[in-house]
Every structure is written in structure tokens, then in C-alpha cells.
Write a protein that binds this ligand. Sequence first.
Ligand SMILES: Nc1ncnc2c1ncn2[C@@H]1O[C@H](COP(=O)(O)OP(=O)(O)OP(=O)(O)O)[C@@H](O)[C@H]1O
Length: 801
Amino acid sequence: MDSNPGPGGGGEERLNAVSVRGACKKYGVNIVLDNLNMTVKKGTIYGLLGASGCGKTTLLTCIVGRRHLNTGEVLVLGGTPGTKGSGVPGRRVGYMPQETALYGEFTIQETMMYFGWMFKMSTADVKKRLDFLLKLLDLPYKHKLVNKLSGGQQRRVSFAAALLHDPELLILDEPTVGVDPLLRQNIWEHLVDIAKSGNKTIIITTHYIEEARQAHMIGMMRSGRLLAESPPDRLMARFGCDTLEEVFLQLSLRQDSPITTIDQLHSNKTNKYDPVYLVEESEDMCQDYQETSNYIDPKAHHDNVDKKECCGLISGGPLHAMLHKNFLRIWRNPGLMVFIFGLPVFQVILFCLAVGRDPYGLKLAIVNHDMNFTLQECSDIVSSGNCSFQALSCHYLRHLKDPTIIKEFFPTQESANEAVRRGKAWGTLYFTENFTDAMVARIHLQEYTDEETLDQSGIKVWLDMSNQQIGLMLMSDLRASYQDFSRELLSSCDINPRLAEAPIRAVVGHLQPENLDQAITNKVLYSYIVETTFKMLDRDSSPTSPPLAVQSFAIVTTYTINNPVYGSRTPSFTDFTAPGVVVVLIFFLGVALTVGTLIYERREGLLDRTIVAGVTPLEIMVSHVITQFVLMSVQSVLLLTFTIYVFRVECEGSMFWVAALTVLQGMSGMCFGFAISTFCEIESTAFQMAMGSFYPALLLSGFAISTFCEIESTAFQMAMGSFYPALLLSGTIWPLEGMHVALQYFSKCLPLTLPTTALRCLMARGWSIWESDIYLGFVACIIWILLFVALSILVMKIKKL
Ligand SMILES: Nc1ncnc2c1ncn2[C@@H]1O[C@H](COP(=O)(O)OP(=O)(O)OP(=O)(O)O)[C@@H](O)[C@H]1O
């Protein structure tokens, strides 16, 4: 190692396109490259041979800078991959990974355009070169879709993509798999030709050992070691074999008994920078490398010659190529289009139809001993507009409305309560035998009413409160019906029915006006049960006067609510939850859009190819951000149109700011999805996480989830398990004000909470952007976007995605 000439150093090194020295690489405890040396001279073809799993692909990915050695050194075109002055990443290298690394929904021509633009070739040049490659590789019609090609044809398209920009160094991982012998011969002839006439260097791996005879140099690998590195003829002569296969067999046998191998075959002790014929270093040499396979050379970065040329962080060619690719992929994928644009609409429709509507068909068990009649009989004798003090229970029952309440009559209180206990009714309503008489007596007697009369004149109610929403709604309905009942009675007796409502201001003079004014000033919604107003009214107080009696009765049983400062007198649960649901939906849609993208590209080898071509993580990120921004805007418009204009959810604020916050929140979700996908190795893990973290994104934040993401089931369980806690914490379904104060602070640090509050204030209160609740929602969105973006870029750099 001491004699390492470094990048560009040493005359010998300058003749080499690639040199690998003392390379050690392991995954966990599995040693994949074991003190390997390799030298590829410029203008030569280097055939890297070896059994499956011996480490060929790993070696190539280290050469193109997609992986790092644990120890050892790689020099490519005079520099360490990933550093200034090296050939990689950038257009000096053409890389064909082992995976097909193509977009199935593109045609052959579109594929070539994508890679050509990435290398900043003009469209005309790409077309010219494509015509040549179509002939050379015997490719089908150029407008045929890649996913309609056979496996062998797809590999040839992938090979063509590596040859397209005529690079100095070609690194080909099994280009001839699935190619017929005649075509294989053509490909080799072409490689020999470009190596000779164009002074190109080619490193090629193949399982067809014999075809490598046409290479200038053969490297035979086994178990992470290079057993031999020599021209094929010399190798065969030396071992007295007729085929390379036999040579490889002999070398393999000897490697299995190392002492014999070293003693018998190692005749030349070589300098480390000379071609190596046999591996002589001790097996322990790789043991002292760093344990982690994620070892990163601190000097490594992605500056490359292309970037130096354009002097900017983002270059037009790759960005153009990637934007075109992103939109074309969506356009060619109808299922994805339906998902992107149909899902928001579907979800909003589902939400507005399923949540917040008043329950109906609620059965009440009624025991009416006052009449001892069925409902039908009640209806027969009770008619509206009649100033009658008979059958008051029936008067009241008529106001319990269908279809909300279904009245079922029971003979006894016990049977009615039994029906409630068995879940057949939501409550029991009980009228005593002389309910009407007691009520009339109570009205007439006023403060002289005895306890028994009071008791008899009351309606007794037992409710099943196991369901809070239904219980509260029934209570409210029972009260409202009572008010309707008294209003109707007043009206029928020629008394102003508004007395039944008795606005607070109408009685202010009699009831401590200071308190009321203070309550109104404080914007407290003020309800007041008016009691004993009988004496306040400037009327004949004779208890025998029916109108007055009715009037006092009505007022005694009413309460009043002033017009609310914000919202309506009958607030809707849909209006309350809608802003939170919009925020959550758009966030989730953003996550779902991005989470799979990067992982798909990584799994298919496309990311390797893109990055080896010199595209930076920032450029990849920007291309996705632009694409998703456009999609997100359309989604937001659909979401808000259906929420506000179709389902008429209350929106008092500026539509501009509502839309802006929605789009921002979508972008926050998108960046979160991107961060997840940079962490996750397995697409399904990320997707499940995204699904599961629908709300929890929130609770745990991208960072915590990602820590566990390598472990599929843990990530999934964690995401699922955090669904409900996150739902509670985001303030979407229940006001934050109901939480413990510590939880409130924690909740506000999550990505959905402040934007939800802001959207709610915008929609329900119509506040302007200058209110702190509103602008803090925007600020939170922007901070989370920046955090997710920074995290994604950092991970992409660290993991060399
Ligand atoms: N990301 C990874 N994590 C853990 N082990 C890995 C990883 N990639 C490869 N390996 C292991 O490293 C060894 C060498 O793999 P590699 O793909 O380099 O072999 P190869 O010679 O290219 O095989 P083939 O000819 O079948 O492509 C194999 O045992 C493989 O299981």
C-alpha cells in the first residue's frame, strides 16, 4: 500500500483504465471480495469470469462507485470513483447493470432518448446512434414497448443504452445472457472493434467462459479472489488446457487446497501493481477492515466532469430526461392515473357520505300512561293549531321527528327498559298516568306546585349513552322537540311563539346585564335557562288565564343561544373534521405517490444506471418534486372542489390560502414518502409503512420509522400500531384542547397538527394569513418539507442510492 501512486500518479498507472488493489468487501460477516487485485489496461477487453455468487457484480459496482470497499483502493480513469477527476460517475463510463434497468412502459426509442438526454446528447444524435445500434444488436422495431420485448431483447436494449454515448470505459455485467450464439459473436466483434479502433476499454462479465477467449485479458474469480489474471492464450498454455473452462476448473480445484496451490503454481512473486497471476496474500488480510459494510470514504462525493462543465447544481439534460420520464411513466400507466386522480375524489366522497351525518332510524321505547294510546290513536286526537290542554304527551310526541326517531310503544316501563338493555332501543321515554293534568296544575300553581305534581309533570328519560354521539343527539332532539312543542302551543293560543325562544337581550333588564355583557364580550356562547320569568312579564298574572299560563309554561321550558361568533347554531361534525381529513388525505396521497418510485428504480437497477451516468441525488429529487407538485396541485383542486363545492363543507376563508396550504401539505407528504423510500430496501415495506403511517407519520416522524425500516415486519407493526395514537394526536377527530398539556405540545411538533389547525381556522373562521394560527400552519409545512428533503438527500448520499 505504501507504494500507492494515487490518482494520476505513476507511469504504469496512467496506462490503466481501472486498477483495484487489496480490495476487501463484506456484507455482514460474508466476505465477498477477499484482498483482490485487478488491472485493466486502456484499450483492452477484460473478461471477468467466475461462478455465480463469487463477487463479480460487487466488484463492478465498486468500480462504478455504487459501493465502497471496506479496505483497498479502486482507481478508474485516473481517479477514485465519486471524486473530482475520476471518470465515474459521468459520461466517460457506460454501465450496463445485471438487472435489465429499463422502463417497461417506454418504447425502445424513448428509452434511448431518456439515456441520451441524460448524457446531454442532442435528439438528432440519439436517433442516428439508435439506427446503428438497432442494426448491430438486431433489435426489433424502435417504437415497440420494452415490456413487450423478450428477455433477451430487453438485455440487448439495455446493452444499447450503455453503448449509446460511446463512452471511454464500458462496464458490462453479463450483456450476452439470453443472446443467441450468432448475435453473441456480433457483439464480441463489435467490442473487439471499438477496443481496437476507438481505444475503448471494456470490462465484461459472462457465464459463457469460452466466449471470453476474445478478450485481451481474463480475470478468473472464485470466492472473492482473483485466481488468475492473464491473456486467455497464455493462461491455457500455462495450464496445458484446451479450453478456458478447464483452466478455471483446475484453478478452482487448486484453490480448494491452498498450500498445494501456492507451492505449485506461484512461481513469480509480483509487485502489487503488476498483473497478478495468483492470489498470495494471507486469508487474514481482510479481517481488519471496518465492520460496517456501509463504510464511506469521507472524501467521496459526486462531483464529476459533467458538473464541472455546467458549473451548476442542476444540469438541464438530466433534469429534462427525468421529468420527461416521470410524466411519460404516469401517462403510460392508466392504473396509476386512476389512482392519482380518482383516489382523492373517491376518498372525499366516502368521507362526506360516511362521516358527520346525523344518525337516523333511532328507536325510542315509549311508555305513555298519560294516554294509554298507540301513536296512531295519539295522532287521531291531536291536531296542530288547537289551543288545547288535553293529551299534552301526544302533543309532545308528535314533535319527535321521523326519520331520526322511530317511536315504539311499550305497555310498561320494565318492558321498555328491557328493550333498551337488549339493544332494541336507544332509550325509554316515560309519561306518568296523569302527565297532562299535572302539567296544567304546575302551570297554574307556579311556585305553589307540590313535589308530587312536579314529579308527575316530568317526562322521565333513560338513555343508552354507550354511544356518545347518538346519546347526545337524542338529548338534543328531545329538548328541541320540547321547544317546538311549546312554540306551537303558544302560537295556537294566539301568543307570540318567539316567547318560547326568549332571546337573552329580551330579559337583560331583569338578569344582571353586567354578566351578560361580559359574557358576550368574551365571545362565550351563552345559553341561559330562563326560570321563573312569569313575574317578569308585564301581563295579567291571574293563574286562570290560559294564554298567560301557556306563556309562562313555554318560557319556563326554553333556553336561548345567541348567534355564534363563528360557525353555525347547529355545528356539523363534518365541518369540524373536514380540514383535518383534507390535510391527512393530501399528505397520504403525497406519500403514496413517492414512496414506491425510488425503490422501484433501485430494485430494477435504474438508479444505479442514472447515478453512474452522473445524475446527482439533488437532480433526482428535484425532478420528482416538480412532477409531484404538478400532480399534487391537480389532486388538491379535485379534493377541495368536492369537499367545498360538491359537499358544501363550510369554507369562510380565502380559497387561495386554503389551496396553497393543501398543496404544501401534499408536498410535505411527498417528501416524507421520498424519505421513507430512501431508507427502505424493500418496496412492500415502504408501501406498507406508507399505508400504515397514513396518520402516524405524524406520531413517529419519518426518522423514527426509518430507523426500523430495514426490518420489514417491525416497521409494519410499528406503523400500524401507531395509527390510533397518531390519529388522536393530530387533532383531526378531537380538539387538541382536550389533551393533556404535554401532549398538546408534542402533538404540535408533528407534521399534520399545525396545518390542520390552520386549515380549520381558514375554513371555519375565515381568518387571514396574518393570524398566527394560520401562518404557523404554513411555517410548519415548510419546515417539515425541508427536513424530509434534507433527510432524503443525506440518506441518498450516505447509502449511495
Ligand atoms: N446487498 C447485499 N447484501 C448482502 N449480501 C450481498 C449483497 N449483494 C450481494 N451479496 C452477496 O455477495 C455475494 C456476491 O454477490 P455478487 O452479486 O457480487 O456475485 P456475482 O458473482 O455477480 O454472481 P452472479 O454471477 O450470479 O451475478 C453473494 O453471496 C451475494 O449473496
